[in-house]
Design a protein around this ligand. Structure first.
Ligand SMILES: [Zn+2]
Length: 399
């Protein structure tokens, strides 16, 4: 379908904004907004709040007590189809760990590199641009829109997941501004399914003893941990989309002491909700059942299992499939080649999708190597994805 006059106007306006959008991305990346650096998260939130107000939205910030502030914005008198845009302010880069700057990729001038630029400050720039362009042509004020930006998405949005769920339930469509990945033929992808995730901390307490003087009095927490790691790793089954990783394993205090403590951090992923429940139950059993014991006293290690914030899988429903096809078609009208992708990593989109809300993710900038110091995005994708989001919004409101 060719672009209507107003659609063409919005696209033209967004294309003219390209240098400003890159400059805005550079400013956002310079603000250190690691999840635990609450002042930085709030500082970025404040910048974005100013931009959202320029687009005529009224904003509110939510203090959670254990994260930076969540930011919400709405149109004042919206009618018709209700749309929610989801994003996050935080990044995974601890203060001082990387240089906070956006630089051209020395190997490829079409790419920009910067910590948090792709995941997902670029997505925030895309969102603000689309909103501004729609507002400028008078296409936003009467529409029903909620923007919700998490302050701790990189740890699973523990502080605001109830808020995200409550808001998502009030909307007909949820679009998520996480990054999409490039495809090999010059097109790009957006996300219509993601794995579910569960995380655990396991504390193991054995009995310390001098390894030379009284080795036999000890009960090694490290040996119990070793059994746990092998049993947990055996749960991996890629054929059904289950994965389990013991990503951190600490134990022992000195070379000549039987280790009294061990600490494991466990991450598991699953494609299917039912299989996920079974997998999580098996992990609990392994982690709560000691397998070693003291040979004389039969004392067993103490096991303390903590379950952290997880996500249900983001399953591609029929409604998600229909919306995805529309986005592919609408992308063609902009000259963009788009296809769907599945991702192993969870996002706040999982929260909305698990409630049955049609959710489409990966609509932010196009790039890869997120969470590493090689994180990059295609320059052109800032404008392309702004146009795609604006067009998707305009046509969704007409559905
Ligand atoms: Zn992200």
């Amino acid at each position: 379908m060719p672009l209507s006059e107003s659609e063409a106007l919005v696209v033209k306006q967004l294309r003219a904004m390209a240098p400003d959008l890159e400059a805005q991305l550079c400013r956002f990346v310079k603000i250190d907004s690691h999840t635990d650096h609450h002042e930085g998260v709030n500082a970025l939130g404040w910048e974005i709040e100013q931009e959202l107000m320029k687009s005529g939205l009224h904003t509110s910030a939510f203090v959670t007590g254990c994260s930076g502030q969540y930011l919400m914005a709405r149109t004042r008198h919206g009618k018709g189809n209700k749309l929610m845009l989801l994003g996050h302010l935080d990044t995974v880069f601890p203060p001082g760990s990387v240089e906070l700057a956006v630089v051209p990729d020395p190997q490829d001038p079409l790419k920009l590199m910067g910590p948090g630029a792709t995941d997902m400050k670029g997505g925030l720039v895309v969102m603000l641009a689309a909103l501004r362009a729609l507002q400028d042509v008078g296409l936003l004020a009467e529409k029903s829109l909620t923007v919700l930006l998490s302050a701790d998405e990189e740890t699973g949005s523990p502080a605001g997941r109830d808020l995200i769920a409550k808001e998502a339930e009030e909307h007909h469509l949820c679009l998520v501004l996480e990054a999409g990945s490039p495809d090999e033929k010059g097109g790009s992808r957006f996300v219509t399914s993601r794995k579910g995730m569960a995380r655990f901390n396991l504390e193991i307490k054995g009995i310390a003893a001098h390894s030379g003087v009284a080795k036999e009095a000890g009960l090694s927490a490290a040996i119990e941990a070793a059994h746990k790691i092998i049993a947990l790793e055996a749960l991996n089954d890629a054929s059904v989309g289950n994965s389990v990783n013991v990503g951190v394993c600490n134990s022992g205090s000195s070379v000549n002491t039987v280790p009294e403590f061990a600490h494991l951090k466990i991450d598991c992923r699953f494609s299917d909700p039912g299989r996920g429940e079974t997998l999580v139950e098996k992990i609990r059993q392994i982690c709560q059942t000691p397998v070693t014991s003291h040979k004389d006293t039969h004392a067993v290690p103490e096991l303390g299992l903590e379950e952290l914030c997880g996500h249900q899988p983001f399953v591609r429903s029929e409604a998600i499939g229909r919306m995805a096809q529309r986005i592919v078609d609408w992308g063609k009208d902009l000259g963009l080649t788009l296809e769907e992708e599945t991702r192993g990593g969870a996002s706040d989109g999982n929260i909305a999708a698990a409630l049955g809300i049609p959710t489409v993710d990966g609509l932010g900038v196009v790039g890869a190597k997120i969470h590493s110091n090689q994180e990059w995005l295609y320059r052109q994708s800032i404008v392309d994805r702004s146009c795609l989001l604006a067009l998707t919004m305009m046509r969704f409101y007409e559905l």
